[in-house]
Design a protein around this ligand. Structure first.
Ligand code: ADP
Ligand code: MG
Length: 683
C-alpha cells in the first residue's frame, strides 16, 4: 500500500465516491486515513427515559407509531413517533426526513442522539441521529462522528473506514523521533477507539505530528531565507540622528527599538525577514520611513506596497513630506497614476528612490534598478504570490530585505509556533498624549437620545490638529455602514440612505458618503475632502478600515456592530483616537439579543494584543490565521494553545534537523510539509 495512491484504490471506494471525496480535498489514501472523526458519541451510558432532562441526550430504545404529515408551512414534512425503553416513552420528531418512516424495524433497538427540548408546547427529541444498537462496538460504546461531505454522511464514512480496517497495520512511520508503530496505532484508534482513553491518546499523537510538521516547515523556511543574498546596508548613526531630529515629535521607545532592530537586520548579507506588529495608531509608518531612509542612503531603492489607493496616497503624502527635505525622490504608482510609462522608465533607471504603490506596482513591466528593501503595509491583505512578485524585482542573485507590517497582533501562542522563526518587532506603545477611545455599546432605539447629542458635541469642539482638518469647523465623525448587500439593499443604497438621514438631522453639517463601488478617483476625492476638514460626517463602508489617518476625526459609529469580527472592529475603531482629543466609538446593535462577548470585550479594552488573545479563544487558530495571512491554516487537531506539546515538538524538530540526511530519509514527511511551508513564509 502506498499512502499517496489515489483514494479509489481502497476497497469499497468506487469512482463515484472518489469523485465526492476529491471535491472535499480527500484525494489520496493518506488523506482518507487523516480524515479524522469530528467527535465520538458515547453509547456506553444512554440515559433512561424516566430520568431524561432537556439538552443533548442519547437514549436507547425501540420506536413505534411513526407517521409523516405535511405542515401548514410549505415544503415542510414532519415525521413523528414514540421512543420507548423499559422506563418510559418520549416523543420524537424529524423535519423533512420522511425516509425515517422506512428506517426502523419495530423489534430492534436503536441509539438516538439529539436534543431533548421544548417545542410547540411539549417536550420531544428533535431530529436525532439513529444507529442500530447492534452496530455499535459494545466494548467501548464509542462511535465516531464524521463531518458530512456532500452526499457522504457520517455513517458512510464509518462504513468506508470499516472496509479498510485491515489496511491500518500497513501504515509506515512518519517521524523518527517517536516509538515505531505509534502512528499506525494512533490512526487506527482515532477511527476505532476501544476506550475514550485510546481515542485521546491517538489524538494527542496526531496533534504532535501536526505541530512537528508545522514547526519543521517554519525552520526550513528560515534556512532557505538564510541562503539568499541581500544588499548590505551599512548603519549610519549620524544620518539617523539627523532624520530623527527633523521629525515634529519624539519617537516612542518602541519605535526606537523596532527601527534599531531593522537597521541591524539590514547590515547583514542575508535578507531581513521581519514582521512589524503594532496596534492601530502606534506609528508603524514612521518606522517604515526610517527603514526606507536608511536603505536609500545606502544606495538601494525601496518599494512600499499598500492594499488600497487611499492608503498608498496617504503614505505617499506623508513620506514625501518627511523624505524630500533629504533629497530623496518619492513617487506614487496606483491604477489611477497618469503617465505610468514614464514613471516606470524612471524607476527602472533608478531615478526614483522610493516607490509607493498598490497592486499596480506588481506588474511585470515595473522594473527596478536596485530594489533593496520591500515594505508591505497590512501584509495580510496580500497573497503569497503577490508578495513573491515584488520580491523578484531585485537584481539577479539578490533578494530584497523585507519589512511586513500588520496591525493585527499575533497572539503569543501562535507566534511561538507558526511564526517561531520569523523576526518580530512590536510597537506596544502609543505615541504620547493619546487617550484610549471611549467605547460604548448602544442599541438602535437609543440613536436619537444618546448618539445624536454625542455627535453634536464633537462637531462643535475646536479642531484637534492644525495640520489635518485645517478647513474644519469642528471635529469630525465617521459613520460606518454595512459593506455587503442585505435584504436586497446594496451598500450604495444603505450608505446613501444613512447619509440623507444624517443630513436631515444635522442640516448645518456637510455629510458625504464613500463606498467600495465608487471609482478610485472619486473615493480619493472624498477622502481628501474629509482629510482637509471640508466634510464633517463621513458615511462609509469599511473601506476606511485600513490605515486611514485623520486625527481630527474623533467619533465613530459602527452600525450592525454584531456582524463584524473582533479584529475588524478594533481596526475600524483605530481610525479615531489619533489626535490629542478624547475620542469615542459607538457600537450600534439591534438590541434584539444580549451583546456578544466580542462586543463586551471591545467596550472594555483598547489593547489590541489582549483582544487578539480573546479572539483566539473565541474563534480558534484557523480563523485567526486566516486574518493574519492570506490563505487558511487548516489544522486538523493540534491546538496552538497547548504549549507543552508545542515545546516537545520544537525540541524534536531541532534534533531532526541536526542530522541533515533525515531530510532525504523521511520523504513522506518532507512531501507533506510543503503546504505548510507556503503559508508560514513571509516572502
Ligand atoms: P499605524 O501604526 O496605525 O500605521 P501611523 O503610522 O498611521 O499608525 O501613525 C499614526 C499617527 O501617529 C500619524 O499621524 C503619525 O504621524 C503619528 N505618529 C507616529 N509616531 C508618532 C510619535 N512618536 N509621536 C507622535 N505622533 C506620532
Ligand atoms: Mg498604518
Amino acid at each position: 500500500m502506498n499512502l499517496f495512491d489515489s483514494v479509489d484504490t481502497l476497497k469499497g471506494i468506487g469512482p463515484k465516491t472518489a469523485e465526492v471525496l476529491k471535491k472535499y480535498g480527500i484525494r489520496t489514501v493518506r488523506d482518507f486515513f487523516y480524515n479524522l472523526p469530528r467527535d465520538y458519541e458515547n453509547y456506553a451510558r444512554p440515559v433512561s427515559i424516566a430520568g431524561i432532562r432537556p439538552g443533548k441526550v442519547i437514549v436507547k430504545g425501540k420506536i413505534d407509531s411513526l407517521s409523516t404529515r405535511r405542515a401548514r408551512r410549505r415544503n415542510l414534512s414532519i415525521t413523528e413517533g414514540v421512543i420507548r425503553d423499559k422506563t418510559g416513552a418520549i416523543k420524537v420528531v424529524w423535519f423533512n426526513q420522511s425516509y425515517r418512516i422506512r428506517q426502523f424495524e419495530p423489534e430492534k433497538e436503536y441509539f438516538f442522539t439529539g436534543d431533548y427540548e421544548f417545542r410547540n408546547g411539549k417536550y420531544s427529541l428533535t431530529s436525532p441521529s439513529a444507529v442500530l444498537a447492534s452496530d455499535v462496538d459494545t466494548t467501548s460504546g464509542l462511535s465516531p462522528v464524521y463531518v458530512a461531505h456532500g452526499k457522504l454522511k457520517s455513517s458512510d464514512f464509518k462504513r468506508l473506514m470499516n472496509g479498510s480496517r485491515d489496511k491500518f497495520a500497513l501504515i509506515p512511520d512518519l517521524l523518527p523521533t517517536v516509538r515505531p508503530g505509534v502512528r499506525k496505532d494512533a490512526l487506527f484508534f482515532a477511527h476505532f477507539p476501544n476506550s475514550l482513553k485510546s481515542a485521546e491518546g491517538a489524538r494527542e499523537y496526531l496533534a504532535y505530528e501536526e505541530l512537528f510538521e508545522l514547526i519543521l516547515a517554519a525552520k526550513l523556511n528560515r534556512q532557505e531565507n538564510d541562503r539568499l543574498r541581500a544588499t548590505e546596508i551599512p548603519f549610519d548613526a549620524s544620518l539617523v540622528r539627523e532624520f530623527v531630529a527633523s521629525l515634529p515629535f519624539k519617537l516612542t521607545n518602541a519605535q526606537r527599538l523596532a527601527s534599531w532592530e531593522i537597521f541591524q537586520d539590514m547590515t547583514r548579507p542575508t535578507p531581513m525577514n521581519r514582521l512589524l506588529q503594532g496596534d492601530v495608531g502606534s506609528g508603524k509608518t514612521m518606522v517604515a520611513a526610517m527603514a526606507a531612509y536608511e536603505a536609500i542612503s545606502g544606495g538601494a531603492q525601496v518599494a512600499l506596497l499598500a492594499p488600497t489607493a487611499i492608503l498608498a496616497t496617504q503614505h505617499y503624502e506623508s513620506l514625501k513630506k518627511l523624505l524630500e527635505p533629504f533629497h530623496i525622490t518619492v513617487a506614487l504608482l496606483t491604477g489611477a497614476t497618469k503617465d505610468k510609462k514614464n514613471l516606470k522608465v524612471a524607476i527602472s533607471q533608478g531615478k526614483i528612490s522610493l516607490v509607493i504603490g498598490t497592486h499596480a506596482l506588481l506588474t511585470d513591466d515595473t522594473d527596478f534598478l536596485n530594489l533593496g528593501l520591500v515594505v508591505i503595509d497590512e501584509q495580510h491583505r496580500f497573497g503569497v504570490e503577490q508578495r513573491q512578485k515584488l520580491m523578484l524585482k531585485s537584481p539577479p542573485g539578490l533578494a530584497p530585505h523585507l519589512l511586513a507590517m500588520t496591525a493585527t497582533p499575533i497572539p503569543r501562542s501562535l507566534q511561538l509556533t507558526l511564526f517561531g522563526d520569523l523576526d518580530v518587532s512590536i510597537l506596544n506603545e502609543l505615541p504620547a498624549g493619546r487617550q484610549p477611545v471611549k467605547t460604548s455599546l448602544i442599541t438602535e432605539v437609543e440613536t436619537k437620545e444618546r448618539l445624536y447629542p454625542a455627535i453634536r458635541e464633537v462637531l462643535s469642539r475646536r479642531p484637534d490638529a492644525k495640520k489635518h482638518g485645517d478647513r474644519a469647523h469642528g471635529q469630525q465623525v465617521y459613520w460606518i455602514c454595512k459593506a455587503i448587500e442585505e435584504n436586497g439593499i446594496s451598500e450604495t443604497t444603505s450608505v446613501k440612505t444613512r447619509c440623507k438621514k444624517l443630513q436631515d438631522s444635522f442640516p448645518k453639517c456637510r455629510v458625504e458618503f464613500l463606498h467600495g463601488k465608487m471609482k478610485p478617483a472619486d473615493k480619493d476625492a472624498v477622502m481628501e475632502r474629509f482629510s482637509s476638514g471640508e466634510i464633517d460626517i463621513l458615511v462609509s463602508t469599511t473601506v476606511v478600515e485600513v490605515g486611514v489617518d485623520v486625527p481630527n476625526a474623533t467619533l465613530m459609529v459602527v452600525e450592525n456592530a454584531e456582524s463584524y469580527g473582533l479584529a475588524q472592529l478594533h481596526q475600524l475603531r483605530g481610525r479615531v483616537g489619533r489626535g490629542a482629543s478624547e475620542s469615542f466609538c459607538f457600537l450600534l446593535t439591534s438590541g434584539d439579543a444580549r451583546p456578544s462577548k466580542r462586543l463586551l470585550e471591545l467596550e472594555r479594552s483598547n489593547d489590541g494584543f489582549h483582544l487578539a488573545e480573546v479572539d483566539l479563544k473565541l474563534r480558534g487558530p484557523g480563523e485567526i490565521y486566516g486574518s493574519l495571512q492570506h490563505g487558511a491554516l487548516d489544522l486538523r487537531i493540534a491546538s496552538l494553545s497547548d504549549t507543552k506539546l508545542i515545546h516537545r515538538a520544537q525540541e524534536d524538530v531541532k534534533k531532526f534537523l541536526m542530522e541533515p540526511e533525515n531530510m532525504l530519509k523521511y520523504k513522506e514527511l518532507m512531501q507533506g510539509i510543503t503546504k505548510y511551508q507556503q503559508i508560514t513564509t513571509l516572502n
